[in-house]
Design a protein around this ligand. Structure first.
Ligand code: TYD
Ligand code: MG
Length: 447
């Protein structure tokens, strides 16, 4: 009898007939799981094979002309900024984020925005919201909460199903300007017997949905959950299958939410949209610096203002450090908002090049406002905050810094150095520690 299961790699998406501890293709360990094979022959709903017909072919000219009017604005400025041109017809977007971060809220606002007015060049403004995770009543109550008493949401169709075939049928029967699948982990296709959320189920369901979006030329946003480690749950392959991967991040205890694009076939990946979660949903933030520096204690030892780049926007954040004698044989290095490895490295640089006595001290570093800083330009700020805490002296009043630290103690230039310097000047900082003013960490003398 023909075996009905195969082994599927969660990391690279390859299929194998036999199980192995290490994936023969991508060499990752413990990633093979037993699943049902993907049906390679296209079938109709009733299971018959689809009649083959020649595929449509284009010349460069006709392909380009068929693209006119392909993108349209979402009506939410910060969302458009991240997408580049706006939503693209037939484009498939994966929106990933931790549970409770605001994915459904953002998509509900998007649905309201697109359904309430005509956004050139789209004339149809009906939005299909597939509520596979919540029930339509929950989504409807969120719509009411976001929209207020003047409720006008007749163009949003809430689809109460988690069966992919039903969704496909609805997408194919009526035109929409946007399809939202909330979420891919909770839908399933009848062609795959595994439970919703399993890697092969996600792969199969996503491939049918993507095909439908492309055939109907409708943009589709798929919500994807994130695992504890911060990866998008399900096969890594999902990220290859979609056109754009968007990530909504932030600290649930804080209000700021950042929308970044990790992959974008239609535009840049270096833009960040900044929102603030409040009682009426996600509000666009034009001046994030003010929120991040709210309640800052001035002239405190261990506090350093740092300029970082979020996308193409300079942003001012406060880095705080606390250095205290450690009761432990191996002192702790604890980082919040920056990577732990980065902190270890900066401590090593300070020990070597400044003879900073931190070998027996615990070092804690925090970025205020719940920001997650990935920009290496924050290195100098982390270093100066630590030095300031060790010496118990505040940094010069009205000063700011930015720059990457090298292993030799040198301060290196980061992208957009000139732009950051200009921004620091325009914000009125009197002293700027940067690669332009100092070449090495040793040359910064703090009085
Ligand atoms: P949600 O969008 O459901 O998160 P996700 O889909 O990413 O899991 O909402 C997350 C949180 O946002 C929820 O705990 C309540 C809060 N929230 C507000 O603060 N204001 C609002 O207007 C809404 C709709 C939600
Ligand atoms: Mg949700």
């Amino acid at each position: 009898m023909k075996s009905s299961s195969v082994f599927f790699c969660n990391s690279c998406g390859n299929e194998f007939a036999k199980w192995a501890g290490q994936c023969p293709a991508c060499h990752e360990w413990n990633t093979l799981v037993e699943t049902a094979p993907f049906l390679k022959t296209a079938r109709t709903k009733t299971g018959q094979k689809v009649a083959l017909k020649p595929a449509e072919s284009f010349t460069v000219k006709t392909a380009l002309s068929s693209q006119t009017g392909y993108t349209f604005s979402t009506g939410i400025g910060e969302f458009d900024r991240v997408l580049g041109p706006g939503l693209t017809k037939g484009g498939v977007y994966l929106l990933a984020g931790q549970p409770g971060i605001g994915k459904s809220t953002l998509l509900t606002q998007l649905a309201l925005s697109l359904s309430s007015k005509n956004h050139e060049p789209i004339t149809n403004n009906s939005v299909l919201y597939v509520c596979s995770e919540e029930n339509p009543a929950q989504v409807a109550s969120r719509i009411t909460r976001l929209q207020g008493p003047s409720l006008k949401a007749d163009n949003i169709k809430l689809l109460n199903t988690s069966i992919v075939e039903n969704v496909l049928e609805t997408i194919n029967s009526d035109p929409n300007c946007l399809v939202i699948i909330d979420s891919i982990q909770s839908v399933s296709t009848a062609t795959n017997p595994t439970t919703p959320g399993s890697p092969s189920q996600i792969r199969d369901s996503a491939s049918y949905l993507i095909q439908a979006a492309k055939e109907n030329s409708v943009p589709m946003i798929i919500v994807g959950h994130v695992t504890k480690d911060g990866d998008i749950a399900g096969p890594k392959m999902l990220e290859h299958m979609v056109d754009t991967v968007l990530e909504l991040s932030g600290d649930r205890q804080h209000l700021l939410r950042l929308l970044r694009s990790v992959k974008n076939r239609f535009g840049p990946t270096d833009e960040t949209g900044i929102f603030r979660m409040n009682s009426t949903g996600l509000e666009e933030v034009k001046d994030p610096g003010a929120i991040l520096l709210e309640g800052r204690v001035k002239n405190a030892p261990g506090s350093c203002l740092t300029m970082i780049m979020e996308g193409t926007r300079p942003l001012t954040v406060e880095i705080q450090a606390l250095v205290v004698a450690s009761p432990l044989p191996i002192p702790r290095r604890i980082a919040k908002g920056i990577s732990g490895n980065r902190l270890q490295l900066i401590c090593a640089i300070l020990t070597k090049h400044l003879n900073l006595p931190i070998a027996t001290k615990d070092v804690f570093v925090n970025v205020t406002g719940g920001m997650d800083v990935k920009d290496p330009g924050a290195d100098l700020g982390i270093a100066l905050a630590i030095v300031s805490s060790v010496k118990d002296k505040p940094l010069p009043e009205n000063s700011i810094c930015f720059g990457e630290l090298g292993l030799l103690g040198e301060i290196r230039k980061v992208g957009f150095t000139d732009k950051m310097l200009k921004e620091a000047k325009s914000l009125g900082y009197s002293e700027v520690f940067s690669p332009l003013s100092h070449t090495s960490i040793r040359s910064i003398k703090l009085t």
